[in-house]
Write a protein that binds this ligand. Structure first.
Ligand code: NAD
Length: 472
């Protein structure tokens, strides 16, 4: 049994004031594997006070000092990659494939922020005036469970680069991952109070972060529903907010694309992180005339290449859902798809044979889906793909944009110029052409209800800075 009974405040692992206990449950077996003691409002206030004090001196550090802290952090994270990967697999059932990639991305993200910081212009001119970009203050960070440490690294390395102090509340379902990451930050030797980790519930620790007047900005990643609650609460003290929210990403296969090559990749895009990814390409838009061919290939890919099973196995593509509630949610959407009249191509309700103990869902594809159906409009957050036929390029663009979300999109075409022209017409924060790439320096964030603001690189750094113009 694991016991997590410390939070990280003012440079020390301390016993929280909060007394509430939460069970840690394995998503593979649904057995209890440990317990965590959660922090409360007092713990959050203590962490904010420590960050406020630390900000006084950390905000005055030089670019070189902050680069040195980030370099130290990168070296510690690099040494602990195995621990960081293994705990993702164990705690929420992230597949080994996905978890290894996330850990590698963490290192790339820190390196990218170091590069950004090296050349970033903190002093600029506008008209005849000087403009200084100064750190915004204490940042409150609230994140979800589905790639927890990846979000911690992105947000905290940006805060450090900007000269901000931070209080972070990871998901209550990520406490084991958080423990290792807090150890990494401790070992990186940042001044005490600059970075604080408080485990706790959203409506307790998250709510205190949202209302605390000593926090100047909130960086949130999570659902659109909770993002709206936070944005409303933050406005009382006029906090700056960046919100990275949900998605229902279109993946447009143009009529010149090689289907045998692109459909397997498109299925991996849909089942990214077992489907529990904001950027998953869950709406596959295909030419009407090629629907039968796409269906045949997609079905064969799931039968032959998509292993649902133990997340520890190197060839598993779809692991368990994080908890029973998420499992039920995905099963419910599969029922909704059937009721709405979509054609079930493969998968469907119920657990795969031999995996009855865990929160496993069958890799599922619906075809002949209409974009107005709920399974095409709502974020399911599980391995459920909707194939939607379109008539021509204009129709594909209209369907792709017919959503309240706008986080991510994908286009596959033999003609890159044509794909670029189409990308310019999509309402989406990122568009990947002919693959599933990530760029640690390119902005990431959403149009419409997928959020406000951007992360990564110079665009991300600016969100942690406040411009001050000095005239005359
Ligand atoms: P969630 O919104 O339920 O929770 C996210 C965080 O908010 C958690 O730490 C939670 O404890 C906290 N929270 C909950 N209620 C709160 C409140 N009232 N006040 C303050 N904080 C509160 O999301 P989740 O289920 O953990 O994660 C899945 C969601 O995250 C999906 O919608 C997914 O699309 C989204 N997501 C977005 C991105 C992105 O970058 N755009 C990335 C990953 C996940």
């Amino acid at each position: 049994m694991k016991t997590i009974n410390k939070i990280y405040v003012n440079g020390e692992f301390v016993t929280p004031h909060g007394k509430q206990m939460l069970d840690i449950i394995s998503p593979v077996t649904n057995q209890k594997t440990g317990e965590v003691t959660l922090g409360d409002e007092i713990d959050t206030q203590n962490a904010v006070a420590a960050a406020k004090e630390a900000f006084k001196t950390f905000s005055k550090t030089t670019r070189e000092e902050r680069i040195a802290y980030l370099e130290k952090l990168r070296s510690v994270v690099s040494r602990r990659t195995k621990d960081l990967t293994d705990i993702m697999v164990e705690e929420y059932g992230g597949t080994f494939q996905f978890s290894s990639m996330v850990t590698q991305n963490m290192l790339n993200d820190i390196s990218a922020m170091i590069d950004t910081l090296k050349v970033f212009k903190f002093e600029q001119t506008a008209g005849n005036s000087k403009v200084y970009l100064q750190p915004v203050g204490v940042v409150g960070i609230i994140i979800p469970w589905n790639m927890s440490n990846g979000f911690i690294v992105t947000k905290l390395s940006t805060a450090i680069a900007a000269g901000c102090a931070a209080v972070i509340k990871p998901s209550e379902m990520s406490v084991q991952q958080t423990q290792i990451m807090a150890e990494c930050f401790h070992e990186a030797g940042l001044p005490k109070g600059v970075i604080n980790f408080v485990n706790g519930l959203g409506d307790v620790v998250g709510a205190e972060i949202t209302r605390n007047p000593d926090i100047s900005k909130i960086a949130f990643t999570g659902s659109t529903t909770v993002g709206k609650i936070i944005a409303k609460g933050a406005v009382d003290s006029m906090k700056r907010v960046t919100l990275e929210l949900g998605g229902k990403s279109p993946n447009i296969i143009l009529d010149d694309a090689n289907l045998e090559e692109t459909i397997p990749t498109a299925i991996l895009a849909a089942y990214l992180n077992s489907g529990q990814a904001c950027a998953a390409g869950t709406r596959l838009l295909v030419p009407e005339s090629k629907l039968d061919q796409v269906n045949a290939i997609a079905k064969a890919v799931v039968q032959n290449n998509i292993k649902v099973g133990d997340p520890k196995d190197a060839d598993t593509v779809v692991g368990p859902m994080v908890n029973k509630k998420q499992y039920e949610r995905v099963e419910n959407y599969i029922r909704i798809g059937l009721e709405e009249g979509a054609t079930l191509l493969i998968g469907g309700e119920g657990k795969p044979q031999g995996l009855e103990d865990g929160n496993f869902v069958k890799a599922t594809i619906f075809t002949n889906v209409k974009n107005r159906m709920r399974i095409a409009q709502e974020e399911i957050f599980g391995p459920v793909l909707s194939i939607i036929p379109y008539k021509n390029d204009e129709d594909a663009i209209a369907i792709a944009n017919d959503t309240t979300y706008g986080l991510h999109a994908y286009i596959f075409s033999a003609d890159k110029e044509r794909a670029y022209r189409m990308a310019s017409r999509l309402d989406s924060g990122r568009v990947c052409i002919n693959g599933l790439s990530h760029d640690s320096k390119a902005p990431f964030g959403g149009f419409k209800q997928s959020g406000i603001g951007r992360e990564y690189g110079a665009f991300g750094l600016e969100e942690y800075l406040e411009p001050k113009a000095i005239l005359g």
